[in-house]
Design a protein. Structure first.
Length: 364
């Protein structure tokens, strides 16, 4: 009776020689690994066992399965203020394939907003891309200087930073979104950026002795499935103060009618009220209100009232704002004709709050 023994596979030996442990990688067997297999036939003649016959060895090498994942690690859109510089968006790239790869990166303005925001309003400037060099997951200027992922092992992840500056002209609520696309590149040479891989052999006939490339990636935010790329979206949202200023003028008394139906005649007292309202999402700090005392009027000393009453700094100028050290002095009618400008500084006006500065002048 003939007994056939198939499957005396040399894979275990090949993997051991290649330096693999018994635990298989989630990404699969490393590309380029040789797998050899032959069959042995045992038989007898006249009841006497004969020398086993071995088949030819069937050999092939494992092909390169390209698969990658790009994902933002920012849990929400990044809050910025007008004029911010080097604001960081954080992504990761994971090699889900079975070969050491390099990856090149491209950050593009997105046509659709990140994190479900309603609109896409502006573009940041000075966009830069850097790869985490020390693995701490935080951008370190001067340390993270590499612009591509070098020699990323299968099942490994690296952090990528996209930096941008926020134009000073942006207003509260403006959104700018970016798609970071990683393209698989040739690995194998440390400290050298490999060329992007653009050829997919999935539709070609299998060549057992050649490492062929098969794209297995999913579609990202801007790229298609099985293109050797993957992308993810992140973005900035401006959270800024939004100030509106209103000023009113009312006559409170005159020399003829007093406070009853007063008119703006010489000798009358005019009340000015300046309101600064912050309708933005962020407090405005160091808010400086400057007002020129109108011609044909004289500033009434000690007439300034602020809301809040405590905190704002009140200063005066007698040289059209060249200096702010003048101390008003009241004449016989309570006014000082030397005051040319009034300056009130609010340390902060919070979101949804208003700062107010009132003062009086005497019509000449």
């Amino acid at each position: 009776m003939n007994t056939k023994r198939f499957g005396r596979v040399l894979l275990a030996t090949v993997l051991a020689l290649a330096g693999f442990s018994g635990a298989a990688l989630a990404a699969g067997t490393q590309s380029g690994t040789g797998i050899d297999n032959y069959a042995t036939v045992d038989y007898t003649v006249g009841g006497i066992p004969q020398t086993p016959v071995e088949s030819d060895t069937a050999s092939f090498v494992v092909d390169n399965k390209i698969d990658l994942l790009v994902a933002t690690t920012d849990g929400a859109i990044i809050s910025v203020v007008p004029g911010d510089t080097l604001r960081v968006q954080t992504f990761t790239v994971t090699n889900e394939g079975n070969t050491v790869q390099d990856y090149s990166f491209l950050a593009t303005d997105s046509a659709t907003p990140a994190f479900g925001e309603a609109s896409e309003d502006f573009d940041a400037v000075n966009i830069q891309i850097f790869v985490d060099a020390n693995g701490n997951g935080a951008y370190d200027a001067g340390t993270d200087i590499l612009t591509y992922a070098d020699e990323l092992e299968p099942d490994s992840t690296r952090t990528v930073f996209v930096l941008g500056d926020i134009p000073l002209v942006q207003v509260d609520g403006d959104v700018a979104s970016y798609d970071l696309t990683a393209t698989t590149a040739v690995g194998g040479t440390a400290s050298s950026q490999g060329s992007d891989i653009t050829t997919d052999d999935a539709a070609s006939a299998d060549v057992a002795s050649t490492v062929q490339t098969v794209f297995a990636d999913d579609a990202g935010t801007t790229d298609s499935a099985t293109d050797g790329k993957h992308s993810s979206k992140d973005g900035y949202k401006v959270a800024s103060a939004s100030l509106t200023v209103s000023k009113t003028a009312d006559v409170s008394s005159d020399p003829i009618n007093g406070g009853t139906n007063p008119k703006a005649i010489p000798g009358a007292t005019m009340d000015y009220a300046i309101d600064v309202a912050n309708t933005g999402a962020t407090a405005a700090t160091n808010v400086v209100v400057v007002d020129q005392i109108p011609v044909n009027t004289a500033f009434l000393v000690a007439s300034v009232v602020t809301v809040p009453a405590l905190g704002p700094t009140v200063e005066y100028s007698n040289d059209s704002g060249a200096s702010w050290t003048y101390s008003p002095s009241a004449g016989g009618d309570g006014s000082d004709t030397s005051v040319t400008h009034l300056r009130v500084t609010f340390a902060s006006i919070g979101s949804g709050s208003t700062g107010e500065a009132d003062f009086q002048v005497l019509i000449q």
